[in-house]
Ligand binder design. Structure first.
Ligand code: EPZ
Length: 416
């Protein structure tokens, strides 16, 4: 796969784009499916690098998993125990491999997962995951960069999450589903992907209540039965195309979305002057006559999503006025700023805040994608920039955006 993206700016995006299944629902549902007896079929899983890595990890652990003709993903764990250690080489590529902690403890009471390396958006500990699985009766040792967890006295428990961590909530939901007794997760994450996981687990016979609120109650069951399940559309992919429409001066219909999942993004786009309409076919975003300034504070759902922060920086770089963007979820998610400033943006970092002084134009440059969403932000900036932008390490972008070159080209972008 080519590692550079080249974009000629100045072309307003017009037309419609079909949103793929949610990466962050697909990843956790692939992990959760190993807890079911029989063949799970997942529909609408995006074929992106991250899901392909999860497939490879399961293959290495002895699970029969393959993409079917119709695009669905078939996962059939064997009747006997599978290898409880996630392969290091593969799992270090993907933090979401840490979701096998809860899935393996739920399936067979033992898990060996590598502590995730610090990735480009800050150190990402697993203290909340470990505190939670210990509360559910697992004995946990941390050695040689691995978490060794073994279910000793499994019993339902009440767990309070200091921070509504998405991954910790998901790991604890999976383990608690197969832990005898009642469990309660307080201050749980409320993201739509959490609700999708709960619906998936319940479709297999689990007893999960309250997903989408900050209190999730789970009654342990002894077995889960495999079935077929379609995952939700990707609200971050949708938001990315909506911002691309706004910055490029175009008008785009975003199809196959769940509007409520997009409300924080729609509200912010309207605040910066875009015209956003919800129709039966999907959401239409039309660029406003100019981009107005706005302040942003990223928060856990239903606040403004941290995964849209970089994309908003690119948009606000061309706003009429100065904006302040505060990142409250990750402690180091502003790498994109240096790259945007190379394109003529005027962004200054003040601790957890980025001060964006709007400018009239951005200019094409050679820039580097530091993570998935930063890469998406560079595409957004390049669409509005004068001249040609070359984005290096574009592989990050292919991790989370299915068919992004085809989708943007169909909207009129000059990209290759
Ligand atoms: C999920 O990551 C998403 N990934 C991220 O999307 C998303 O940015 C993040 O949730 C927040 O919404 C997947 O779902 C695969 P967290 P996760 O645990 O679960 C701290 C993308 O671009 N924390 O909610 O790893 C942590 O350091 C990716 O699609 C602890 O301190 O996020 C961070 O500052 C990027 N201790 C904050 O919580 C813990 O034990 C949020 O992390 C766990 C987390």
């Amino acid at each position: 796969m080519q590692d550079h993206l080249i974009i000629e700016g100045g072309q307003p995006l017009r037309g419609s784009v079909k949103i793929s299944g949610a990466k962050n629902a697909g990843l956790v549902l692939i992990a959760a499916s190993i807890m079911a007896e029989g063949e799970t079929i997942l529909d609408n899983v995006p074929r992106i690098c991250d899901t392909e890595v999860m497939v490879e990890i399961l293959l290495e652990m002895g699970v029969d998993i393959h993409w079917k003709e119709d695009g669905s993903l078939s996962i059939c764990p064997p009747g006997h125990e599978i290898d409880c250690q996630t392969p290091y080489e593969l799992s270090k590529k993907l933090r979401a491999s840490n979701l096998f902690l809860g899935a393996l403890l739920g399936r067979q009471g033992e898990a060996i997962v590598s502590l995730p390396g610090g990735c480009d958006i800050g150190t990402r500990p697993m203290d909340l995951h470990i505190k939670g699985v210990r509360a559910l009766g697992a004995h946990v040792d941390i050695e040689h960069g691995y978490i060794y967890a073994k279910r000793r006295e499994p019993c339902g428990s009440r767990i309070y999450l200091d921070f509504p961590s998405v991954g910790a909530t998901e790991n604890l939901m999976m383990m608690a589903c197969k832990t005898p007794g009642s469990s309660i997760i307080e201050n749980a994450a409320k993201e739509p992907e959490i609700v999708d996981l709960a619906n998936f687990l319940n479709s297999m016979g689990a007893k999960v209540r309250g997903a989408g609120t900050d209190i999730i109650k789970i009654e342990g069951v002894s077995a889960l039965k495999a079935g077929r399940y379609a995952i939700i559309p990707d609200r971050i992919e949708a938001g990315t195309y909506m911002i691309a429409a706004a910055i490029s001066g175009g008008e785009v219909l975003v199809e196959n979305v769940i509007p409520t999942h997009l409300h924080p993004i729609i509200a912010k786009l309207q605040e910066v002057g875009a015209i956003v309409r919800e129709t039966d076919q999907g959401i239409i975003v039309e660029a406003g006559s100019k981009i107005l300034r706005a302040d942003i504070k990223t928060m856990p759902y239903p606040g403004f999503p941290t995964d849209m922060q970089s994309q908003m920086l690119a948009l606000l770089a061309l706003a009429d006025g100065t904006s302040v963007v505060v990142e409250n979820v990750f402690e180091n998610r502003f790498q994109i700023v240096d790259e945007l400033n190379r394109m003529g943006a005027k962004i200054k970092l003040e601790g957890h805040a980025a001060v964006v002084e709007g400018t009239r134009s951005l200019y094409g440059a050679r820039v580097k994608a530091t993570d998935l969403r930063a890469g998406a932000a560079l595409i957004i900036a390049a669409l509005a920039a004068q001249g040609e932008t070359v984005i290096e390490e574009a592989i990050h972008i292919f991790r989370g955006y299915e068919n992004i070159i085809e989708k943007l080209s169909k909207l009129g972008a000059r990209i290759k």
